[in-house]
Design a protein around this ligand. Structure first.
Ligand SMILES: *Cc1c(COP(=O)(O)O)cnc(C)c1O
Length: 426
């Protein structure tokens, strides 16, 4: 109880307006039915699905079947009879359908970090006469570390160029750039970059692009094929709700398959994996990007999770997400700004991903206090509170509850502002 309370409580008019707006928006929501596809605990407002998506209702029965019948009874025959062997490509295609990739270009497996290494290394090997690898200085840590490692091993120079400065950079250095590696959404601020324009700028300079879709896939339409993206990777556990540590994925555009050489030529990516040949010969197509024995339980959980998108139009998910973030920005403006919160998320819908980040010096303590009241958000050091929304299960009412709760905590001084940093940072 050491925090200093700050005054003005909202006028009753504001509070009523917001409550009426939330009720109306939720009543008119064409995706309202999709919330039942997730097993959200009652009395919890979950705004952290951009870190760990909640459990989809389709997952438990599938996992029970996979474990008890497929593994328990059918045993090793399941590799053929229950489609285990093909799962990385089948699940890859299911993810592809969500990110605008036609079948045969996406493989699921391993972690984002591993897939990033594969993508960056394979991409730079397709531009052997170029010496620069470009990445975002604000990129997620693993993306920065992996880019630096690939650059070092490949004898390239790593350049850290924010997306807003890419066009200018390419005007002077474009001819030397092999690969540009970015994320559509800044994981801290929720800023959405122009994937089309950045891809085109890289291509105009003769470079290839690697997009990390972790904070975009499943939250908004990503038109990988239509935009002519070269490589993309992403995780299965954020908006896609595939479960903790769910397999990641790698997309490689068809046109790059013939020359594609991956850094980890494992036996499952061999043209004849059961031929036990002495030397490696890559399988045709994206199958060559398989590495080792796939994590079947996780893959099949992810496959079940993706059925939450059945019959859903990504444009509707995006429209709802924008309505949610727009509404939360309004709540923040009316209920939280008087208490020292400022939004770092762009107000412009074209530049907003599927989260709102609010700056407050006591972000960490406030996130903990929120969790104690059943509102799960997260924070990014040093001072950002992050609220992720999902068009399939978040409601405007959830967001109003979160904003009110946060206002009450600050108004009552009901938190301990001593900084402590723990927990995952995705
Ligand atoms: C979440 C996230 C990752 C996570 O990488 P893992 O290997 O799955 O732990 C990587 N990059 C970005 C941009 C992310 O948002």
């Amino acid at each position: 109880m050491t925090a200093t309370p700050t005054p003005p409580a909202p006028t009753t008019t504001t509070a009523t307006d917001l409550a009426e707006a939330a009720a109306r928006l939720d009543a008119d929501d064409p995706l309202a039915h999709a919330r039942d596809r997730f097993l959200l605990p009652p009395d919890v407002v979950y705004l952290d699905g951009n870190s760990l998506g909640p459990l989809p209702a389709a997952v438990p029965p599938v996992l029970t079947d996979v474990v008890t019948r497929q593994w328990g009874t059918d045993l090793i025959g399941s590799w053929n009879d229950n489609g285990w062997w093909e799962a990385p490509l089948r699940v890859g295609d299911a993810i592809g359908a969500i990110v605008g990739a036609a079948p045969g270009q996406t493989v699921a497996g391993d972690s984002t970090s591993v897939q990033l290494y594969t993508a960056l290394d394979a991409a730079v090997s397709l531009r052997p006469d170029r010496t620069l690898l470009v990445t975002d200085p604000g990129h997620f840590p693993t993306d920065r570390y992996v880019a630096a490692a690939v650059a070092e091993r490949r004898g390239l120079e790593l350049r850290r160029v924010p997306p807003a400065e890419l066009a200018g950079f390419l005007r002077s250095e474009g001819e030397r750039v092999a690969v540009v590696s970015y994320s559509p959404v800044d994981f801290r601020t929720g800023e959405l970059f122009d994937v089309r324009a950045l891809t085109r700028a890289a291509h105009d300079a003769g470079a290839l692009v690697v997009w990390d879709l972790c904070h975009a896939a499943g939250a908004l339409p990503v038109e990988l094929d239509a935009l002519g993206v070269d490589f993309a990777v992403g995780c299965g556990y954020k908006f896609l709700s595939g479960g903790p540590g769910a397999p990641a994925y790698l997309y490689v555009a068809h046109r790059h398959h013939p020359g594609l050489r991956t850094p980890l030529p494992g036996w499952t990516g061999h043209a004849d994996p059961f031929g036990l040949s002495r030397d490696y010969a890559p399988a045709p197509g994206i199958a060559r990007a398989r590495i080792g024995t796939p994590p079947v339980l996780s893959l099949l959980a992810l496959e079940a999770a993706l059925t939450a998108y059945d019959g859903v139009n990504l444009a509707d998910v995006r429209a709802k997400s924008l309505s949610l973030t727009g509404f939360f920005l309004r709540c923040a403006d009316e209920l939280l700004a008087p208490f020292g919160f400022t939004s770092v998320t762009p107000a412009d819908p074209d530049r907003r991903g599927s989260q709102v980040s609010l700056r407050h010096p006591h972000a960490h303590a406030l996130t903990r206090a929120l969790a104690e009241r059943g509102v799960i958000a997260d924070m990014r050091a040093p001072d950002l509170l992050r609220f992720g929304v999902h068009g399939l299960y978040t409601t405007h009412g959830d967001l109003l509850t979160a904003a009110r709760c946060l206002r009450d905590i600050v108004a009552e001084g009901a938190y301990d502002p001593t900084p402590r940093v723990t927990g995952p940072v995705t």
